[in-house]
Design a protein around this ligand. Sequence first.
Ligand code: BES
Ligand code: ZN
Ligand code: MN
Length: 500
Amino acid sequence: MNIKIISKNQIKKTGTLVIPLFEDIPLSKLPENILDKTIKNHVSNIIKQINDYKSIGKINISPIINHNNYNNILILGLGNSKKLSMNTFRSTFSEATRKLRDLFSKNIYFLSMENLYQNNSPIEFGQAIAESVYLGLYEFNKYKSQIEKINIQNIFILEENKNKYNELKLGINKGQIISNSVNLCRDLVNEPANYMTPTQFAEEATKIAINTDISIKILEESDMKSLGMGAILGVAQGSKEPAKFIIMNYEGDANNKSNHIGLVGKGITFDSGGISIKPSRNMGDMKGDMAGAAAVISSIQAISKLKLKINVTSIAVATENMPGGNAQRPGDIVKTFSGKTIEIDNTDAEGRLILADAVAYANSIGIKKIIDIATLTGAISVALGNICTGVFGNNPKFISELIKSSKSTGEKFWELPIFEEYREQYKSNVADLKNTGGMYAGATTGAMIIGEFIENSSWIHLDIAATSKSNTTKGPNIKGSTGVPVRTIIELANRMQKKI
Ligand code: BES
Ligand code: ZN
Ligand code: MN
């Protein structure tokens, strides 16, 4: 699927014309030089029959006969032009392109007009168009014998003002790189666990490294043993699949070593719960328990392709959590990379175990800003539902920078507190701490247990257990894996080029 910017006289194939309409802009203001009388008459006839066609999200499609260039007209309601944000545009246009795909429309002509640029630069608009189509038309159909949907071939932006072309193209390119990485993340998460083993995951990370200027180092279980990563090894010991500790490095700001961020991802390729086994209902969803690891390797891919001026290290810990003769037991005590010991109260609280070793490792190699991303707790959905990602951390400025970065992406985040008093809940009688904190504030105690392994670093923990997967297709989100929080992480890296 291609996105091109063309002027009206370059139209060669018939297709659907998308006309954005605003509440505060009369029809007479539609660009004269692009729309002919037939179209204007058609549009005014259509809208006479519809009550509301211009509020945000309204989509009306009608066939047009006897026109050389177009066979359909899609009227895209965008509300008040002064309030148009790229988030609402992206949601609306994603829906529109899905409808056109259902109608087997192959070529789409999008009518560009000045009002679209009132609040946004052509770069931002180009990015939004690209994200709408590449994210909104995503399908995971690798395992279907018959492909159900025929994809749109071309999106042409009809723009007569040549001065906008360069910026629009930059935005489209940016949006395409970002969407590719989000869709990579979605693919990795949607893959079943019999395919996406830790070894396969390491393979995918290697492919990313080969195709970018990212370096990669993969620690095997023997390496983890020498390093004393007892928490990861404890989780991995019940599985036949060997664990992989995948370190990737992108150096985009070599002269400024301290401009460095570490992204640490939970990569449980299947979470059965281990000996504390999960109920069978929806257990299959636990193939997605590596969404954090998928997000970190996808984010570093985009950051490198966008050549952002920042240094990024991603650490993805990939292992299964399985029961078996060699599995770890409740009551076991493991020694972590940091030297602290953890009593295993529940083998299903495995994410914090592997992350305890991983964040301590990130600390040990001198990373001063660490974000861990994990499908950590069911409790986060009790607290926040599936609308937003839970945020925890030890540095309000860092957290506020992340939340600011999320605004332009439409991904939602909400901070939950870390209070000393909760520490009581995960005290152990026999070890330095235990891996569970009881029934209450489960997302917080999960986060805080990871936080116990952070020393002298700014740290954010993102609990994506409820947001990494969606039950519905809406706007740029497709049922299944969402790719959250890849877009926000990329935007944070983008902002970190200039400050903090
Ligand atoms: N991977 C799960 C969390 C999860 C639940 C992710 C639902 C996505 C959807 C995690 O490893 C887990 O099992 N957490 C336990 C922790 C508890 C035993 C302290 C939980 O939330 O029940
Ligand atoms: Zn898990
Ligand atoms: Mn678990």
